[in-house]
Design a protein around this ligand. Structure first.
Ligand code: DAH
Length: 355
C-alpha cells in the first residue's frame, strides 16, 4: 500500500472516532502542524526523483484537501451536537413566576437636601461641604463664640477622646469660615451636612442635619436676607403666600440676629404652612458679625452679608408630616418604605413587584 494511502486510511478511521473539539484539534496539528505528517511530506518532495515527484505531489495535494474537508465537516457536526445538547439541557420553564426585584427608597433627609439644594442653586448659591470632625477653633472661636459660652460645655458638645481641640461639629456654621478662608469675596454658598449635639428626645437626636447659608458681598443688607428666606420658604413648602416672623435673638456670629418663625394652622389633622395664627421656629439667621469676617480674612469695611442655619430634619418633618425625629435614624425598612421617595418615580403598577 502506498504511503499516502496508509495515511489516508489511518486518519479516516481516527476522524470517524473523534467526538469532541479538543481531539479534533489534536488531529489537525498532527497532520498540518509545523511538524505535521502532511507538512513533512511536502517538505520531502525535493528528495523524490523527478519522474515520481509530480504524481506524488498531486496525490499528496488530493489527500490534503480530502482530509481538510473531512475535518471541517467534523467540526461543523461537533458544533451542532454541542448546540443541540445545550438546547436540550437548558430548557426554560416559561410558566415559572417572574423574579421579584426590590425598588429602594430615598430617605426623606436626602430628599429634602436635594430639594433645598436645587431651590438655592436657582438663585445663585453654590454648595460647600465641611468635615464632621471639626476643630474647636472653626466650630466656636472663629465664629466669635466666647470661651465661657455654654455651647462649648461638655454637656452640649461631643469632644473627641483625649482631645480638647477636636469635636463633632455642633452646627454647619464652621463651613462659613472654611469657605471664606479658601476663597475671595463675594461668597454665596449653602452647606448641608450632619451635625451633633448631646440631646435626645422626640424632636432632638444626637446626630441631625443642618443647612448653612452665607451671602457676602459689597452691598448686602437685611432686606436681602428677608427676600431670600421668603423665596425659600414659598418654594420649599410649595405655597404662594407665607407668613414669616423675624424674632430678635442672639447668636455670637451675627449682629443683629433673628430667629425666623413661619405661620401655620392645623386643618383636618394636617399641618398647613403659610396660614393661621400659630408660629413655628424654623431657622436662625442674621448679619454676619464683623469679627467673623475678620477671622475669615475678609475686610468688614468693604464686605458684609447675611447667614442662616436651618434644621433639615425639621423641614422634612414639617413638609412630610413625620412627627418623631428619632425614627429618621432607626433604619427601620418599613418606615423607609412608607416615608421614603421613589428614586425613579416608578409607575404604580411596577411598585406591586417591590416588597
Ligand atoms: N448655627 C446656629 C445653630 O446651630 C444657627 C445659625 C444661626 C446659623 C444664625 C447661622 C446664623 O448662620 O446666622 O443654632
Amino acid at each position: 500500500m502506498s504511503e499516502i494511502k496508509k495515511i489516508k486510511e489511518e486518519y479516516l478511521l481516527k476522524l470517524d472516532q473523534v467526538l469532541d473539539q479538543n481531539k479534533l484539534n489534536e488531529i489537525k496539528t498532527e497532520l498540518f502542524g509545523k511538524n505535521g505528517i502532511i507538512s513533512n511530506k511536502f517538505k520531502q518532495l525535493g528528495l523524490i526523483g523527478e519522474d515520481k515527484r509530480k504524481e506524488f505531489a498531486s496525490e499528496l495535494n488530493f489527500l490534503k484537501s480530502e482530509l481538510q474537508e473531512l475535518i471541517s465537516k467534523k467540526n461543523e457536526n461537533i458544533e451542532n451536537q454541542e448546540i443541540n445538547k445545550k438546547l436540550k439541557d437548558d430548557n426554560i420553564d416559561v410558566t415559572l413566576p417572574g423574579r421579584t426585584y426590590f425598588v429602594g427608597k430615598i430617605h426623606p433627609v436626602s430628599q429634602v437636601i436635594d430639594e433645598v439644594t436645587s431651590i438655592f442653586s436657582e438663585i445663585g448659591f453654590s454648595v460647600e461641604e465641611g468635615p464632621d470632625v471639626e476643630s474647636e477653633y472653626y466650630n466656636f472661636s472663629a465664629l466669635n463664640t466666647p470661651e465661657d459660652h455654654p455651647a462649648r460645655d461638655m454637656h452640649d458638645t461631643f469632644y473627641l477622646e483625649h482631645s480638647k481641640d477636636l469635636l463633632l461639629r455642633t452646627h454647619t456654621s464652621p463651613v462659613q469660615i472654611r469657605t471664606m478662608l479658601k476663597g475671595k469675596p463675594p461668597f454665596k454658598i449653602i452647606a448641608p451636612g450632619r451635625t451633633y449635639r448631646h440631646d435626645s428626645d422626640q424632636t432632638h437626636s444626637p446626630m441631625f442635619h443642618q443647612l448653612e447659608g452665607l451671602h457676602i458681598d459689597k452691598n448686602i443688607n437685611m432686606g436681602h436676607l428677608k427676600g431670600c428666606l421668603y423665596y425659600f420658604v414659598k418654594k420649599f413648602f410649595e405655597v404662594d403666600k407665607v407668613k414669616i416672623r423675624f424674632r430678635p435673638s442672639h447668636f455670637p456670629f451675627t449682629e443683629p440676629s433673628a430667629e425666623v418663625d413661619i405661620g401655620y394652622k392645623i386643618q383636618d389633622g394636617k399641618i398647613k404652612i403659610g396660614e393661621g395664627d400659630k408660629w413655628l421656629e424654623i431657622l436662625g439667621c442674621g448679619m454676619v458679625h464683623p469679627n467673623v469676617l475678620k477671622n475669615a480674612k475678609v475686610n468688614p469695611n468693604q464686605y458684609q452679608g447675611y447667614a442662616f442655619g436651618v434644621g433639615i430634619d425639621r423641614l422634612a418633618m414639617l413638609k412630610y408630616g413625620i412627627n418623631d425625629l428619632r425614627a429618621f435614624f432607626e433604619s427601620d425598612i418599613r418606615w423607609l418604605e412608607f416615608y421614603g421617595f421613589d428614586p425613579l418615580d416608578v409607575p404604580t403598577n411596577y411598585r406591586g413587584l417591590s416588597r
